[in-house]
Design a protein around this ligand. Sequence first.
Ligand SMILES: Nc1ncnc2c1ncn2[C@@H]1O[C@H](COP(=O)(O)OP(=O)(O)OP(=O)(O)O)[C@@H](O)[C@H]1O
Length: 235
Amino acid sequence: MDVIAVKGLDFSYGNTQILKNINFTVPEGRFAVLLGPNGAGKSTLIKLMLGELPLSGQTGKIELLGQEIRQFKDWKKISYVSQNGMASCQNFPASVEEFVQAGLYTQIGKFRFAGKREREQVRRVLHQVGMGDFAKRLIGRLSGGQQQRVLLARALINAPRLLLLDEPTSGMDEDSTTLFYRLLYQINREQGVTIWIVTHDRKRLMAYADDIWLLEDEKMKLVQPGREEGEHGNL
Ligand SMILES: Nc1ncnc2c1ncn2[C@@H]1O[C@H](COP(=O)(O)OP(=O)(O)OP(=O)(O)O)[C@@H](O)[C@H]1O
């Protein structure tokens, strides 16, 4: 099954065309990377996939998990990690576990407190991203790399089938970046979560990616078609 299917997609901001007849698919379980020069439209494409920008008229279509995005309702199955996603939360007086738990609110309802099961889910995802010991820390007191791992934990709390990431390691040092990519790879290979990541970091992500796409001059090209299991070497 294709988790993402984009067919004949055009998009313009006013009179400026950004995307022209974009076609691509991402089958379930792939680790797919999107490269492209600054201003090529990579973030725009992600916003369209998240329904944050309207698709108007006859502009092609986007399907997620086999459903046209205009009718899509399964948003809990899609998670998103943005670049410096906690920049606006630096003075937010929430602990790491409270922040991750907030990702569950759609599930537990506004007026229900998290019970044992929900707290266990939070503990599990924090442990998974190596932030188990930081549960009680204020999110504003973490390093940039730690904050992005907490965002990743929150993105995982509802067990998504697709994880969209927009330059999630920007500003991180080498070690934090490598750790972050390894986590993504683990999530992809062990839990089967499909990954679609926008990045400029082609060199390092090549080792993890199945498919590498390039968005350039309004068009999408597959520059490294899918590799098979066992071709990734030692990560
Ligand atoms: N809301 C907007 N209104 C008008 N133009 C916009 C808007 N958002 C982005 N653009 C323009 O659309 C083009 C594509 O932007 P986008 O952010 O999607 O590119 P990108 O490939 O993600 O770039 P980068 O690698 O620099 O993040 C750019 O020329 C940008 O200036």
